[in-house]
Design a protein around this ligand. Structure first.
Ligand SMILES: Nc1ncnc2c1ncn2[C@@H]1O[C@H](COP(=O)(O)OP(=O)(O)OP(=O)(O)O)[C@@H](O)[C@H]1O
Length: 271
């Protein structure tokens, strides 16, 4: 089964972010996170400061267990930091908000609902006609035309992931959080999904914040890569990726940026 119907628009070439300075969307101010731990409290994040701009794609990378998902959950309002605060559009984050949506792995779609029912799930408050229109729009945005009445088990992994995106986008959030969202996909589908994400972003730009273990993915997707240090983590370095999109993965500048991030987190890239 094809994961990319030929009717999809081509991947747009988006100018590098330096061409258009963007306003601040999310400000992380001195965030510290201490979990109770087993007997002894565990400091996971310490004095994290960060400024994320509207409409940019940011990937957060760092050693396993350094607190990347914890930071994402704090940004999304699911966890309150022990100290410090997060401001979105200038207002402190007090909890989850439908304007800020997590995109999960493809396995989190509802298996008992069809594609269109999955996408329409969060839209009950809308009048019927508007809801149908919204569902149709996002079926088209993610290229699932012809599969509206299919159930998730009838879709490929990449299609299920696109359904997950459609479900998240249908509530029209302004921020998307991706926590290893492509982690369950095979490597070819993963590559395609990165292109899909960029295509969707070029049609409907959102502020996108991803946590990933995949440095290639981070460099391919991001306007900036945030490198976290070891636990208790703080921001170790922010790498600007001033490369035009779509990115040539064999471009020496791309490879140099990737290798410098690998160096930063202490992973040898030459074997
Ligand atoms: N709710 C919690 N209560 C106690 N400890 C927690 C909680 N959530 C996370 N931790 C701990 O915080 C640390 C950081 O976890 P987190 O999942 O944020 O790291 P990560 O960088 O995303 O890890 P990975 O790269 O392996 O996915 C881990 O040691 C984890 O066990």
């Amino acid at each position: 089964m094809s994961t990319r119907p030929s009717s999809l628009p081509p991947l747009h070439v988006v100018p590098p972010p330096a061409a258009s300075p963007r306003p601040t969307k999310i400000r992380v101010e001195g965030v510290r996170m201490v979990f109770p731990g087993d007997g002894q409290p565990m400091t996971v994040l310490n004095d994290v400061h960060l400024e994320l701009r509207a409409g940019e794609i940011i990937c957060i990378v760092g050693p396993s267990g350094c607190g990347k998902s914890t930071l994402l959950n704090i940004l999304g309002g699911f966890i309150r930091p022990t100290h410090g605060q997060v401001l979105i559009d200038g207002a402190p984050v007090q909890g989850p908000d439908p304007r800020r949506i997590f995109v999960f792995q493809e396995s989190s779609v509802f298996p008992w609902l069809t594609v269109e029912e999955n996408i329409g799930f969060g839209l009950e408050r809308l009048p019927r006609a508007e809801r149908r229109e919204r569902v149709e729009h996002y079926v088209e945005i993610v290229g699932l035309q012809g599969f509206e009445r299919s159930y998730p088990h009838q879709l490929s992994g990449g299609m299920k992931q696109r359904l997950e995106f459609a479900r998240a986008l249908a509530v029209q959030p302004d921020v998307l959080f991706l926590d290893e969202s492509f982690g369950a996909l095979d490597s070819i589908t993963r590559l395609k999904m990165r292109q899909e994400l960029l295509r969707i972003w070029s049609v409907e730009p959102k502020t996108i914040i991803c946590v990933t273990h995949d440095i290639d993915e981070a460099v391919q997707l991001s306007d900036r890569v945030v490198v976290m240090g070891a636990r208790p983590a703080r921001v170790q370095r922010i790498v600007d990726i001033h490369l035009p999109r779509p990115r040539d993965l064999s471009d020496p500048r791309y490879l140099a940026l990737r290798d410098s991030i690998l160096d930063e987190i202490g992973i040898a890239h030459a074997i």
